[in-house]
Design a protein around this ligand. Structure first.
Ligand code: MN3
Length: 216
C-alpha cells in the first residue's frame, strides 16, 4: 500500500499505484487506469509543485495542512493549491479504495454501521450509486465517518473539493476521465464495475481504526 499523501510535503510526488495498471481488468481497463494515474493525477502533482515553487513558507506544510483552510492561503496560489492539491489527495484515496482481490461484502463493525445507517448493504450501494449517477459534472462521491460522532455518510464533492471534518472510508472519482474510454457516458455501469473492485478490507480497517481512535 502506498503511503498516505496527506502527510507529504513539497515537493509532492506521485506514488505508484498499489497494483498493476491491468490488475482491475476486466472491470476497469488498463488504458484508462494508466492515463488517469500518470497523466491526470501526475499533472495535479506537477502543477501543485509549480504553484508552491515560489512560496517557501508553504513548502513546510503537509498536503492535509495546505488543504485544511484554503481561504487562508495567499490569493496568488489559492486556486491552484485547492484544485491540484485536492486532486492529489482525492486520487490517492480513490486508488487505495480499490484492489485486484475479488470484492466481497464488508464484515464486522463496518457492515453493522452500513446496515444501521442505510438499512442494508444493498441499500447503501443503491444509494451511493444513485448519488454517483445524479452528480452533476465533475466530482467525487465519498463514504465518510465523522471524527466527532463516528457517524457514516455519503458525501458529494464538487470538482476537487476535499473532505475536511471526517475520515474518508471509500472514494469514487466521477470525473468523465475516470470512465469515458470504456463506458463513454454510461456512468452507472462504471459504478457497477467499481463495486467489483472495492477494497473492503482496507475500508473496514479505516473504519475500525477510526472507531478505536474515537473511543480512546
Ligand atoms: Mn480523476
Amino acid at each position: 500500500m502506498t503511503a498516505e499523501v496527506s502527510r507529504q510535503t513539497y515537493p509532492f510526488s506521485l506514488p505508484d499505484l498499489p497494483y498493476a495498471y491491468d490488475a482491475l481488468e476486466p472491470h476497469l481497463d488498463e488504458k484508462t487506469l494508466r492515463v488517469h494515474h500518470r497523466e491526470h493525477h501526475g499533472t495535479y502533482v506537477k502543477k501543485l509543485n509549480e504553484a508552491l515553487a515560489g512560496e517557501p513558507s508553504l513548502q513546510k506544510l503537509t498536503l492535509a495542512e495546505l488543504l485544511r483552510d484554503t481561504a487562508q492561503l495567499p490569493e496568488a496560489v489559492r486556486t491552484a493549491v485547492k484544485n491540484n492539491g485536492g486532486g492529489h489527495l482525492n486520487h490517492d484515496l480513490f486508488w487505495n479504495s480499490m484492489s485486484p482481490a475479488r470484492a466481497r461484502a464488508p464484515r464486522g463493525p463496518l457492515a453493522d454501521a452500513l446496515a444501521s445507517a442505510f438499512g442494508s448493504f444493498d441499500a447503501f450501494r443503491a444509494k451511493f450509486g444513485e448519488i454517483a449517477g445524479k452528480h452533476f459534472a465533475s466530482g467525487w462521491i465519498a463514504l465518510t465517518q465523522a471524527h466527532s460522532t463516528n457517524e457514516i455518510a455519503i458525501v458529494e464533492l464538487k470538482d476537487h473539493e476535499v473532505v475536511r471534518d471526517a475520515r474518508v472510508l471509500l472514494m469514487l472519482d466521477v470525473w468523465e476521465h475516470a470512465y469515458y474510454v470504456k463506458f463513454q457516458n454510461r456512468r452507472p455501469e462504471f459504478v457497477t464495475a467499481f463495486w467489483e473492485v472495492v477494497n473492503w478490507a482496507r475500508t473496514e480497517e479505516r473504519f475500525t481504526r477510526s472507531v478505536a481512535a474515537a473511543t480512546v
